[in-house]
Design a protein. Structure first.
Length: 343
């Protein structure tokens, strides 16, 4: 009987490890981590929490029977949990276990970025055992190793931003999030309140920077530019380097006015930043609202058209594709039935 139980437990662990390492996307990898721990450690509550350097909680992801519950606004944490995670963050601990009455809370560092640390929180309805600790440590070691492999394949080597080949899966996931939110709510503003905006960004006259100062200096500018991007945009925003001096941002914003404020602030920050050897660096931007019913490559084309208009009309400015349509400078793509050949 004991041998059968041990065999079953081993099978369960291997099955979840297999599921963990089958993922090709960070969001799915994190979902698989939470799902696996929740199944292997019965009656526990698992979640991840993103904490900034100044100890602000900016993103909470809980695993529930219905899937992931993602929250970046009103993060719900028990006061004792808040104190525990604050203690861990300020002391820069890798892991920590706290007894709260008859319960236990285990906190582990998942990953660390330049401005944000991601923690795994596992709440037990009992005292945590040594076997629990070994299991979590083992799963986390596999998670971190596989996460490093994913990062190597999906990250731009120079800037550390996501690379071009991850964009397609990212915008597909964004469209799915919008569809799910709209289908779950009869509120007509649901899509607007959870909207994303696709922004194509190009550094103005970057070729002249390379020509005048060399490609090594140009690379330094790109690295600094990416650092500013990570600082100026929020944790829910997805940032990509498409190649050369072209970047993409998928920005989460309530409406056009909100995204315009975000992007204008970023544009102004770049213009105000002193890059060595360069008197002034500016950027041009093209923006379009992400519509889940529009093919993602069409959305990319819309953003590119708006970007091209910005560059052809003075640079150092932002253009919305909707404005081009309204002014007659561009048109929406339409397809008649039978127009697209599948084979």
């Amino acid at each position: 009987m004991v041998q059968a139980t041990t065999t079953q437990n081993t099978h369960n662990i291997l099955e979840h490890i297999s599921g963990l390492t089958a993922q090709k996307d960070f969001e799915l990898l994190n979902f698989s981590l939470l799902k696996s721990l929740s199944a292997l450690l019965t009656k526990t509550r698992v979640q991840t929490l993103a904490v900034t350097q100044d100890c602000r909680f900016v993103k909470q992801v809980k695993y529930t029977s219905d899937g992931l519950d993602i929250n970046s606004n009103d993060i719900d944490l028990d006061e004792r949990v808040t104190k525990a995670i604050t203690k861990v963050h300020q002391a820069e601990l890798d892991n920590y276990i706290e007894r709260i009455g008859h319960q236990s809370l285990a906190i582990y560092v998942l990953t660390q970025e330049r401005t944000v640390t991601y923690y795994l929180l596992v709440a037990f309805p009992r005292a945590i055992t040594q076997a629990d600790s070994y299991l979590i440590a083992g799963v986390l070691e596999i998670y971190r190793n596989f996460s490093s492999l994913l990062a190597h394949s999906q990250t731009d080597e120079l800037t550390g931003l996501s690379n071009r080949k991850t964009f397609e899966s990212a915008i597909y996931r964004v469209c799915e999030l919008i569809r799910e939110h709209v289908s779950e709510s009869e509120d007509a503003t649901a899509q607007e309140n959870d909207g994303y905006w696709l922004c194509a960004i190009d550094i103005d006259h970057f070729k002249s920077v390379n020509d005048q100062f060399g490609h090594l200096f140009g690379d330094e500018v790109l690295v600094r530019f990416a650092q500013i991007m990570r600082t100026e945009f929020k944790i829910d925003d997805l940032l990509f380097r498409f190649g050369g001096e072209e970047f993409i941002a998928l920005v989460k914003a309530q409406d056009r006015q909100a995204v315009e404020v975000i992007l204008e602030r970023f544009r102004q920050t770049i213009e105000d930043t002193q890059f060595s050897k360069i008197d002034r660096l500016t950027i041009s931007l093209g923006v379009v609202a992400v519509d889940p019913n529009v093919f993602h490559m069409t959305l990319m084309d819309y953003a590119d058209q708006a970007l091209y208009y910005s560059k052809e009309n003075g640079r150092n400015r932002m253009t919305f594709f909707d404005d081009l349509v309204a002014q007659g400078h561009a048109r929406l793509e339409t397809f008649e039935e039978g127009e697209i050949d599948l084979f």
